[in-house]
Structures are given as structure tokens and as C-alpha cells.
Design a protein around this ligand. Structure first.
Ligand code: KIV
Length: 272
């Protein structure tokens, strides 16, 4: 169905709820630095996620667990300097909100104050209800994240599809309801059956953004380096690559090396 789109000069949490109501799909992409965020924002992506996937993509860690609050604030403030339109959401990193609601609030406040971000995202359901409430009570918008939650990878053991069994699916549905009732402005659903994701999206009034969660949700999120094909070893079924930048960048850099070695670069026109 094609939907007449309203022009948004600046995306807010209210615009997102309005988009869901109007049946307009929401686009969300990661960015971790100024230059990428400038391109992503200029392309009218609605939500820019400063994901803790920066731990993998930018720092080369195996999981999202090692990235620190200071590092997330550094990435987020670089992104914020570039963005004019998108809503910028920042992941609160592992270990900075789970143990104590007061610590969760302190972490969220640091992100908002030191980076200028617009909202935070946390992973989990009922287990982190109190931290979520504490952050929301301070007036900070919170996005939930259910399904495959990479900060709990050592509990799951693998990155395979979550909530295929009835019991886990039931808990996920209840967690989504809890996030909505607590006042979260949106939920990311990662790597769960499309049917279940659709049911969840239809059961809540807040936007549900999927990654590997099918087309029955209110929007989609991808890691921008995956979409551009800068990463090439990660090949999940849900990933659509729009470019093969790994190859293109490699070819460009090899040409530069060859030009330097052959003294072709710089030419007479490329010097003073
Ligand atoms: O950190 C991240 O990039 C994320 C997305 C995969 C949703 O949480």
C-alpha cells in the first residue's frame, strides 16, 4: 500500500507514533561517527541508532559487551554534531543499567547531557522494569529491545532466531506490553519469527522496529556498515546489501597504492 508521506523537519518521539498511526513505515539505521551520520541524516532516515554494535563494527570486538559508557558518549556526540533531522537514540551499554535503577538513571543522564542525544535504548523486559521506569521518570525517552538481545549473548549461547518456542514467545508478548505500559516510545524486535513480530506490533500503540523480524512491523533497522557491504563476513538471511563497499573501497585503495608505487600520483595538476 502506498502512503502519502507527511514531511517532517525534525523527527521526535511523537512523530514516530504518528507515523505508526498513519501507516507510514519508519526507517532506522546505525551510525557511530560524524561523517556517516551526515550521509544517513541527509538521506532522510527517521531514527539514527548509535548502537552498541559499535563494539563490533568500530572496535572489532566479538560481542557488544566490552564497549564502555564513555565510548558510547564519544560516538553519540560525534553523531549528534552531524544530525539535523533524525531522532538520535543511543544504546546504554552492558553493565551500565541492569544492576540498579539509580545507576541506570545516572548512565542515561550522562548520555543525554554529554552527547546531546534525544533518547536511549535498553535491552530486556520485566527484569529491567525498574531501571526503565527510573529513566522515564526523569523525562528521558526510552526505547526497548526484545528478542535476540546481544548483551545477553552468553546466556543464549548463539545468535540464532529467538522466541520460536511458545513459552519464550509468550514472555516476549508480555514484555512488549510492559514496555508500552511503562511509557517507552518504541521497541526494537530482533531476530524473531515474522508472525510473532506482527502480532506484537499489532498489539501495542507504540512503534515496533524490526531487524530480522519480518515485514509486519512498523519499521526496519539495519547496521549501516552491513547495508553498504563494508562488512562482508556477516551474512544473516535478514540482511539486504545495497552495495559491496568492501570490494569497491578495496579496489580504490589498491589503485592508490599502485599509483603511488608507479609515481603516477601526484600528477603535475595535483601539486603546488
Ligand atoms: O546495536 C545495534 O546496532 C542494535 C541494532 C542491531 C538494533 O541494537
Amino acid at each position: 500500500m502506498s502512503v502519502a508521506k507527511k514531511e517532517y523537519k525534525r523527527i521526535t518521539v511523537k512523530s514516530l507514533v504518528e507515523m505508526k498511526k498513519n501507516g507510514e513505515k519508519i526507517s532506522m539505521l546505525t551510525s557511530y561517527d560524524y561523517s556517516m551520520a551526515k550521509i544517513v541524516d541527509a538521506a532522510n532516515v527517521d531514527i539514527i541508532l548509535v548502537g552498541d554494535s559499535a563494539s563490533n563494527v568500530m572496535a572489532g570486538h566479538e560481542t557488544t559487551l566490552p564497549i564502555t559508557l564513555d565510548q558510547m558518549i564519544y560516538h553519540a556526540s560525534s553523531v549528534i554534531r552531524a544530525v539535523k533531522r533524525a531522532l538520535v537514540v543511543v544504546d546504554i551499554p552492558f553493565g551500565s543499567y541492569q544492576s540498579d535503577p539509580k545507576e541506570a538513571l545516572r548512565s542515561a543522564i550522562r548520555i543525554m547531557k554529554e552527547s546531546g542525544a534525544h533518547a536511549v535504548k535498553v535491552e530486556g523486559g520485566i527484569e529491567i522494569k525498574e531501571p526503565i521506569k527510573r529513566i522515564l521518570n526523569a523525562g528521558i525517552p526510552v526505547m526497548g529491545h526484545l528478542g535476540l538481545t546481544p548483551q545477553s549473548i552468553y546466556k543464549f549461547g548463539t545468535y540464532t532466531v529467538r522466541a520460536k518456542e511458545e513459552q519464550e514467545a509468550e514472555k516476549l508478548k508480555q514484555d512488549a506490553k510492559m514496555l508500552e505500559k511503562s511509557g517507552c516510545f518504541g521497541i526494537v524486535l530482533e531476530k524473531i519469527p515474522a508472525e510473532l513480530a506482527k502480532e506484537v506490533a499489532e498489539s501495542v500503540s507504540i512503534p515496533v522496529i524490526g531487524i530480522g523480524a519480518g515485514n509486519g512491523v512498523d519499521g526496519q533497522v539495519l547496521v549501516v556498515h552491513d547495508l553498504l557491504g563494508m562488512t562482508h563476513e556477516f551474512n544473516p538471511r535478514f540482511l539486504r546489501r545495497y552495495m559491496n563497499l568492501y570490494e569497491e573501497m578495496g579496489n580504490a585503495i589498491s589503485s592508490y597504492v599502485a599509483d603511488v608505487k608507479s609515481s603516477d600520483f601526484p600528477s603535475d595538476e595535483e601539486q603546488y
